[in-house]
Design a protein. Structure first.
Length: 179
């Protein structure tokens, strides 16, 4: 049973990450012209295009993409409940706790997306800074690193803002309970 839950979690979280990437790439004005951008657009079109007819954009944010990520996490938790044969005695308390668990899982996923992106950006900047993915990564992590770069100066040509960002994001993860 654990193997089946593991497979479902990876499939649903894969799509949730794609929806989150689409949401944040649009929010941060990252170009979708690259191969990664096209990959994300093509794999999320099935959900975002129909949902945009019902969920309008506010403040230039693509709420349909964020709702797609939330839905994928929600579906996974429902599937997990059924696979674990969970018995629910008090539906009112359960629904409140369940909604909170799904939101916490989505927040943890958002933090992990940024941690992985910043880590990948830092490694790629050392290994191959001219790689085509660097333009997309730089635009994606810039809104997080820019405020830190104003506070933490570059020391001997080394930018420590990714290290500080990773520490802050990891600390935020510590405060969120495992759902």
């Amino acid at each position: 049973m654990q193997a089946l839950i593991f497979i479902f979690q990876n499939v649903f979280y894969f799509f949730a990450v794609l929806f989150l990437l689409r949401f944040f790439m649009q929010a941060f004005r990252v170009s979708f012209v690259t191969s990664i951008g096209q990959f994300i657009l093509k794999l999320t079109q099935f959900w975002v295009v129909p949902l945009r007819k019902m969920v309008p954009s506010f403040f230039n944010l693509d709420w349909a993409s964020l709702l797609g990520a939330l839905t994928m996490v929600l579906i996974f938790y429902v599937v997990r409940l059924f696979l674990q044969n969970t018995v629910i005695l008090n539906w009112q308390a359960f629904l409140g706790i369940f909604a909170l668990m799904v939101l916490i899982a989505l927040l943890r996923l958002i933090l992990n997306v940024f941690i992985f992106s910043i880590l990948l950006f830092a490694i790629m900047s050392w290994v191959n800074p001219m790689h085509p993915i660097m333009q997309t990564l730089c635009a994606f992590v810039r809104p997080i690193l820019k405020p830190i770069q104003r506070i933490v100066p570059v020391i001997s040509g080394i930018d420590l803002s990714p290290v500080v960002a990773l520490l802050v994001l990891q600390a935020l993860l510590l405060f969120l309970p495992n759902a």
